[in-house]
Design a protein around this ligand. Structure first.
Ligand code: SAH
Ligand code: SF4
Length: 409
């Protein structure tokens, strides 16, 4: 089912784009913006900052006029100076299994004359949870050979506000803000877990995974700022245990991720020998398995209660033998880990096939017997190209000459 929404075709508003967007600013940055652009003193900047934070992230408000505890005159000044922008929804598709995929469009925050960029975000409802799969980049610099996103050259990094914008927009569409209404269109949301729980128990979005388009650790600062806001208690307030960042193995940023962001870590492993991993996940040539495993072992906060997830895509006759499974167990020995076996999701033009169910079961069995949980990830949303590794948008990187022509205008 696809829904095309008209406002996607609205023209750019160069005037509006020059206002500073408040979405994605840390509390400190928010206060600084209020002090420098509205001339508020420290006390007032702090108070207004807290009010704004609550309206933006807790109530999901996009219109300063709805901020009822702020006087009208101040609301007007805020509206003249700042934006509370969200991405435009270009389309929304709902899979037969209830998975929902949005194509979001963003104008360039600095230069509205540049063509807008588009990314995909996926919502995966299950009986006891709802997971939002968020993108960090438009395209990807890496070229993992089994990944559709890897065929889209990096156009640009998303800002912290654009990363959070996916969460805010999804919460809006799923009726997840106070007073919101759940959609009634065939897409599912998890059942409430009964009364007596915290507010979080009734949310449509209970988990966030940085597993959409792009390599989050090649956009570290923006991802960090976005996730710190998503997990701040008085904001979107998602527990850090319910946020997972997946990386193909950008070793220098693994330790800072644990120390500075503190979210759960997932590693796209996919091969247990350097020669094969060099082919499947080419960043392995820069950061080979030995360095990657050392960084994982040192991940701050790693424990039996906070395990690292290893993602392993099942590719027929490539990485799915019994010997591979045994080597996987050896490689992970001593690491508190769970292993997510992902049946390969095909896309147009790929040369890979998915391993047979019997092969996946045998592989899982070897890993299980060694004491590791190894759930096989049920492919979700394949019919709308929303499954792992299927995301891609049409946005192309501009040639340098064209970009310069537009930015110098
Ligand atoms: N760039 C990050 C996060 C995004 S990819 C990373 O690579 O970890 C999310 C997961 O989907 C990764 O584990 C990725 O390797 C996997 N994936 C990519 N293409 C796939 C495909 N065609 N089928 C199944 N999984 C795929
Ligand atoms: Fe980029 Fe991750 Fe796809 Fe590799 S698997 S190309 S790192 S998005």
């Amino acid at each position: 089912m696809a829904l095309n929404l008209d406002h996607a075709s609205q023209p750019a508003r160069p005037q509006a784009q020059r206002r500073t967007s408040l979405v994605g600013l840390s509390k400190h940055e928010l206060r600084t913006a209020l002090a420098s652009e509205l001339g508020l003193d420290e006390r007032e900047a702090k108070m207004r900052g807290s009010q704004l934070w609550n309206w933006i992230y807790h109530h999901g408000v996009t219109d300063f006029d709805r901020m009822s505890n702020i006087q009208k005159g101040v609301r007007q000044k805020l509206a003249d100076t700042f934006l509370l922008d969200r991405p435009e929804i270009v389309s929304e598709q709902i899979s037969v299994d209830g998975t929902r995929k949005w194509l979001f469009r963003y104008r360039d925050p600095k230069n509205p004359l540049l063509p807008p960029v588009e990314i995909e975000t996926v919502y995966i409802p299950e009986s006891d949870r709802g997971t939002l799969c968020v993108s960090s980049q438009v395209g990807c610099t890496l070229t993992c050979s089994f990944c559709h996103t890897g065929t889209q050259t990096l156009v640009r990094n998303l800002t912290a506000g654009e990363i959070l914008g996916q969460v805010l927009m999804a919460r809006e569409r799923l009726g997840d803000f106070p007073g919101g209404v759940r959609p009634d269109d065939g897409g599912l949301v998890p059942a409430p877990r009964g009364s007596g729980g915290s507010e979080g128990d009734n949310r449509a979005i209970t988990n966030v995974v940085m597993m959409g388009m792009g390599e989050p650790l090649y956009n570290y600062d923006n991802v960090k700022n976005a996730l710190l806001i998503a997990s701040a208690e008085d904001g979107i307030s998602l527990s850090k245990r319910r946020i997972t960042l997946s990386t193909s193995g950008v070793v220098p940023y693994i330790e800072p991720t644990g120390r500075e962001i503190g979210v759960m870590l997932a590693i796209s492993l996919h091969a247990v020998r350097d020669d094969l991993r060099d082919m499947l996940v080419p960043i392995n040539k820069k950061y080979p398995l030995k360095d990657l495993m050392a960084a994982i072992r040192a991940y701050p906060g790693l424990s039996n209660a906070r395990r690292v997830t290893f993602e392993y895509v099942m590719l027929r006759d490539i990485n799915d033998s019994d010997a591979d499974a045994r080597e996987l167990v050896r490689l992970l020995s001593g690491i508190p880990a769970k292993i997510n076996l992902i049946p390969f999701n095909p896309w147009p033009g790929t040369n890979y096939d998915c391993s047979s169910s019997a092969r996946i079961e045998k592989f899982a069995d070897i890993v299980n017997r060694a004491g590791y949980a190894s759930p096989v990830r049920t492919p979700r949303g394949r019919d709308i190209f929303a499954a792992c590794g299927q995301l891609k948008s049409e946005t192309e990187r501009l040639k340098k000459k064209d970009r310069e022509a537009l930015t110098s205008a």
